[in-house]
Design a protein around this ligand. Structure first.
Ligand SMILES: O=C1O[C@H](CO)C(O)=C1O
Length: 557
C-alpha cells in the first residue's frame, strides 16, 4: 500500500497547537483521563490512568481533534528510501536455477545478490545503482520444508529448510503467508525454535547470514543449525556441516551472502513451548538497566530479556520485557501478549507522537515533548503474558513495523562484562547531548556467544545497543543521530557492529579505530582465515559489491 506523510502545514498546525498546550500547561490545573484520549483515538485497549496533569481542556481537545483527523486521514504513508524493493527481482525455485544464474553472472561479469526479506540496510543487501548486478529471490523448493528425522527420546525433529523460507510472515512479500512460514509450520507439528529476533519477517538464510539474534544468553541461532547447502561463486553446490567440515561451516554461516547463495539449511527443532513473562514501563531508576549488575542479574535469571530505553529528557523510562520458556500444558493457560501498538490507531498515534516530539525537542520544549510521549508510553503500564513462542518472541511482528512504524537501526555489540561501562557511557551521552536521546528509543538487550567466526557475538556473550531511527522523522538526520552513539561506543575495544544494520562510512575514525578492513580485522580474530576461505568459495568475486569490498577489503585477496 502507498502511504502519505503529513503535509507540512499539518505539522505546523500541530506544532502551534502543542505550543498552546505548553503555555496552558503552566497555568491550568485540570486533569485529563487517558481513557478519554484513547476513546478519541478510537481504541480502548489500554487501562485508564491520569497522564496529562495541568493541561487546559480546550487546548487539549483542539489538539486531540487534530491528531484524530490526522490519524483518520492517513490511510497510507509515502514509501521511505529504506523500503523493501520487489521490483527487478530474478526468481529461482531450484538449486539448479541458482547454479545457472551464478554461471551466467560469471560469464557476463555481473554481481549476484540475494534478497531475503530486506530487513537489512539496502546497501548490505543489494549493489548500488550503476553496478552491474542481479537480485535473486528464492521461491518454490527454495522456500519449502522437507521434514527429516524425529527423535522421540529428546522430542526433536530435523528438517531441511529452503533458505528463502520466512521465519514468520513478511507483510511486504506477497508470497509470504502462514502456510509457508517456518515458525507456523513447526508449531503445527509440535516443535519450536529456541529463539527468534524481535520480529520474524526475515528468511532463514538472511537471519543466519547477518547473525541476527534475540535477547538471550541461553539460546542463539547457532544452536539450531546443523548444515548449510550453498551454491558457491563458481556455481558449484557445497554441503557444509558442523561435524564434517566445522571450519568451513562456522566461516560460511555468517557471511552476508559473500560465500555463496544459501539454498538449504538443515536445522534441529525442539518441543514447542510458551513464553511466560512480563512487560512493563518503569522509570529507568527502577528498571533492569539501571546498572550493569541489574542487567546481568536479569539476563541470568530469565531466558529472554529486552528493553527499550526512552532516554529523552523528562521521560527516562524503560519498556522492559522478560520471559521464560514454560511447557504448553493445562498448568500454563495461554494469556496473549498484547503489543502496546497492536491496534492500527495506536500505530498512527505513535507516529503522530514522533512527529510532535521531534519538533518539540528541537524547538526546546522537552517537557511538553515528554508529556506527549508519556501518553503513548505511560510509566506504570504493565502486562503479564503466557503466549506461543512464535508470537511472544518476535513481538514487534504485532505492530505495523513494515509501514507506519518503520525503523532503521545501527547496533553495537559489546562484551557483556562491560555492561556497567556501557550504561555509564550512555548516561553521560544523554546528559551532555539532549538530541542523542532522540524522540524514540534505544533497545538494550543481550546476545549469546556464537561459534560462527563472523558473528558479532563470536567468543563472548554481549550487551547490544540498538538506537531506533523512525524512518518518517521530519527533523534530524539518521547518520548524525547514529554518529552520536558510534562516537562513544565504537572506541570500546570489544565493540562490533551488526552486519545488517547501519555502519559509519568507511574511513571514519572513532578513538583509535578507523572503519574499514582494519577495524574488522581488530574486531574478529578469525577474519584473516575467513577471508582466505571466502576467496576459495568465490574466487571471481561474484557476490562482492563495492559496499562489502570497501568495508572488508575483499578484492585485494
Ligand atoms: O532489527 C530489528 O528489528 C526489530 C524490530 O522491531 C528490532 O527490535 C530490531 O533490532
Amino acid at each position: 500500500m502507498t502511504e502519505t506523510v503529513p503535509p507540512l502545514d499539518q505539522v505546523e498546525k500541530l506544532s502551534a497547537l502543542l505550543q498552546k498546550v505548553a503555555l496552558n500547561a503552566e497555568s491550568a490545573n485540570q486533569k485529563v483521563n487517558w481513557g478519554s484520549i484513547l476513546k478519541l483515538l478510537g481504541t480502548n485497549e489500554h487501562s485508564p490512568g491520569d497522564v496529562l496533569n495541568g493541561v487546559g481542556e480546550d487546548t487539549l481537545e483542539e489538539l486531540l481533534e487534530f491528531l484524530y483527523i490526522w490519524i483518520s486521514d492517513q490511510n497510507t504513508m509515502i514509501p521511505t528510501k529504506w523500503e523493501a524493493d520487489y521490483t527487478n527481482l530474478v526468481y529461482c525455485s531450484t538449486v539448479e536455477e541458482v547454479q545457472a544464474k551464478v554461471k551466467e553472472c560469471l560469464s557476463n561479469g555481473s554481481i549476484l545478490r540475494i534478497a531475503g526479506a530486506q530487513h537489512s540496510t539496502p546497501e548490505a543487501v543489494f549493489a548500488p545503482e550503476g553496478e552491474k548486478a542481479i537480485r535473486v529471490k528464492l521461491e518454490g523448493d527454495l522456500r519449502a520444508i522437507e521434514w527429516l528425522d524425529k527423535d522421540p527420546v529428546n522430542d526433536t525433529i530435523t528438517l531441511r529448510v529452503g533458505a528463502g523460507c520466512n521465519l514468520g510472515i513478511d507483510p511486504s512479500d506477497p508470497n509470504s503467508n502462514a502456510s509457508n512460514s517456518l515458525t507456523r509450520q513447526l508449531d503445527a507439528r509440535g516443535y519450536a525454535l529456541p529463539i527468534l529476533g524481535g520480529m520474524s519477517h526475515q528468511t532463514i538464510g538472511g537471519y543466519m547470514s547477518t547473525s541476527t539474534a534475540g535477547g538471550s544468553i541461553d539460546f542463539g541461532c547457532a544452536d539450531s543449525i546443523l548444515a548449510i547447502e550453498l551454491v558457491d561463486g563458481q556455481g558449484e553446490v557445497r554441503k557444509l556441516d558442523k561435524v564434517t567440515n566445522p571450519d568451513e561451516f562456522n566461516a560460511a554461516a555468517v557471511s552476508m551472502g559473500l560465500f555463496g547463495v544459501f539454498t538449504h539449511i538443515t536445522i534441529t527443532a525442539g518441543k514447542k513451548y510458551l513464553v511466560k513473562g512480563k512487560e512493563e514501563t518503569v522509570y529507568r531508576q527502577n528498571s533492569i538497566i539501571k546498572s550493569g549488575t541489574d542487567f546481568l542479574n536479569a539476563v541470568h535469571q530469565n531466558h529472554y530479556v529486552h528493553n527499550v530505553w526512552f532516554a529523552a529528557e523528562f521521560v527516562n523510562s524503560v519498556l522492559q520485557w522478560t520471559g521464560n520458556q514454560v511447557a504448553e500444558d493445562p498448568g500454563n493457560p495461554v494469556v496473549p501478549y498484547v503489543h502496546p501498538l497492536e491496534s492500527r490507531n495506536m500505530n498512527y498515534a505513535a507516529a503522530t507522537t514522533f512527529l510532535a516530539t521531534a519538533w518539540l525537542t528541537y524547538d526546546n520544549a522537552p517537557q511538553l515533548a515528554a508529556l506527549i510521549f508519556n501518553i503513548i508510553q505511560p510509566v506504570g503500564s504493565s502486562q503479564n503474558f503466557c503466549d506461543h513462542w512464535y508470537r511472544a518472541l518476535p513481538n514487534d511482528d504485532l505492530a505495523l513495523i513494515d509501514v507506519v512504524i518503520r525503523v532503521q537501526f545501527t547496533e553495537i555489540w559489546i562484551d557483556l562484562e562491560d555492561a556497567q561501562k556501557v550504561f555509564d557511557t550512555l548516561t553521560t551521552l544523554f546528559k551532555n547531548d539532549l538530541f542523542a536521546a532522540g524522540n524514540f528509543g534505544v533497545e538494550i538487550y543481550p546476545g549469546k556467544k556464537s561459534p560462527f567466526w563472523m558473528s558479532m557475538s563470536y567468543g563472548r556473550d554481549v550487551i547490544r545497543i540498538d538506537p531506533y531511527w523512525w524512518e518518517y522523522n521530519v527533523i534530524g538526520d539518521l547518520d548524525d543521530y547514529f554518529d552520536k552513539f558510534w562516537k562513544v561506543l565504537l572506541p570500546f575495544e570489544s565493540a562490533r557492529l551488526h552486519w545488517g544494520k547501519h555502519w559509519p562510512a568507511v574511513g571514519k575514525t572513532y578513538g583509535s579505530r578507523t572503519i574499514g578492513p582494519g577495524f574488522v580485522e581488530e574486531s574478529y580474530p578469525k577474519f584473516g582465515e575467513w577471508k582466505a576461505l571466502r576467496a576459495q568459495f568465490d574466487p571471481k568475486n561474484v557476490f562482492v559489491t563495492k559496499y562489502w569490498n570497501d568495508l572488508l577489503g575483499l578484492e585485494a585477496e
